[in-house]
Every structure is written in structure tokens, then in C-alpha cells.
Design a protein around this ligand. Sequence first.
Ligand SMILES: Nc1ncnc2c1ncn2[C@@H]1O[C@H](COP(=O)(O)OP(=O)(O)O)[C@@H](O)[C@H]1O
Ligand SMILES: [Mg+2]
Length: 197
Amino acid sequence: MRQIKRIILVTGTPGVGKTTVSSLLASKLNATHIDLTELAKREDLIIGADASRGTLIADTAKVAKRVQGIINASGRDTVIDGHYAVDVIPAENVNFVLVLRRDPDELKKEMENRGFEEEKLQENLAAEILDICLWEAVSACGQCKVCEVDVTGREIEEVVEEAIMVLKGKKKCRTGIVDWLGKLSEERRLRDFFRNL
Ligand SMILES: Nc1ncnc2c1ncn2[C@@H]1O[C@H](COP(=O)(O)OP(=O)(O)O)[C@@H](O)[C@H]1O
Ligand SMILES: [Mg+2]
């Protein structure tokens, strides 16, 4: 009988490390890695550009169709990386959703280094603090498939090892592991992150 292959989604706010982690994770699992941002650009699966944010807008329906084609042809496990990964695969076909989390201060530095537009930077930080990707993952796929991994201050190897332990069931799959909102509120620093919104 043909063995059923797993579909693992890796989501999170831009800059948390999805592509870096997914690439190593896929190579360790001998899985196919699909980077949704790169795929949409490479194959022109784009609706338009958002000039104020300096980003391209992917055509989610076209991306979904293409991703399904890659999965069907691959015959291996698939690691799909992108902040909208939960929108391109039917929930019933998803085995795990890994939501990478990164402390807002570290994420801010990362986005500044990558030259994010100010508006996009503020928006992404707010999204990380408010757990947007986590809630999108839970509402799309259900809490039991969603596992958070905190990457803050950690080596990529270490993060990938943790992800593999979770996938193997050797480490508990959990949500609610970080509370950036509570932390910043306690430190009276919320205004630093939300003043421009
Ligand atoms: N755990 C980590 N610790 C430090 N830097 C990291 C970590 N994960 C990723 N990075 C770095 O952060 C940047 C953003 O990573 P990337 O994988 O492109 O994020 P994403 O795909 O989520 O936008 C890259 O320069 C990468 O080398
Ligand atoms: Mg990426």
C-alpha cells in the first residue's frame, strides 16, 4: 500500500525564520520544501504589488493549485513555508502546523536589517505581538495540529531539532508558549510598538 505522505506547514510573521528553518527541516526529513514567497515570484503567481508596503500580493488560488500539483508529483513529505500557508492547503490534508515565534525586539532588528518599509515593519511587529499567525493557524486547522516553537535567541539547528521532536511526538505539541503582549505590557513598552498604528 502506498504510504500516506505528511504535509507540514511552517508559518509565522515575516522575518521569524520560516524559510531558514523549513529548508533545514525538509533536508533532515528528506522532504520537499515549498517556499510560497519564492514560488509565487518565480512562477509569477501574483495579483499585483502593494507599493506602500513594498510587497507583492500573491494569487492565493493559483498558488494553491500549483502547490497541490507539486505535492501530487513529489511522493515525499512536504514542508510548506509561508505566512499564508494555511490558506493554500485544505485543513484535512494538513498533518502539522508549526508556528514560529520570535521576540518582537529581535524581530524588529531582523526586519531593520532586511530593509523592511516602516509601515510593513510596524504591521508585522503588531501581528507578532497579537499572535495573528497563531490564531489563523488554529482557526484554519484546529488547535490539535498547531504547535508553536519559540526561535528567540536560538540556533537554527536547535530549532529544527525541536521541530523534529514535536513531529515525532517526543516533545509535546503546544500553543500558548509565548506572551509578548503580557511581557511588553508589564514592561510598559506597548506604546513603543503600537504608536504608529
Ligand atoms: N533562529 C534564528 N536565529 C537567528 N537568526 C535567524 C534564525 N532563524 C532565521 N534567522 C535569520 O533571520 C532572517 C530571516 O529568516 P527567514 O528564514 O528568511 O524568515 P522568513 O522566511 O520567516 O521571512 C535570515 O537572515 C535568517 O538567517
Ligand atoms: Mg521566507
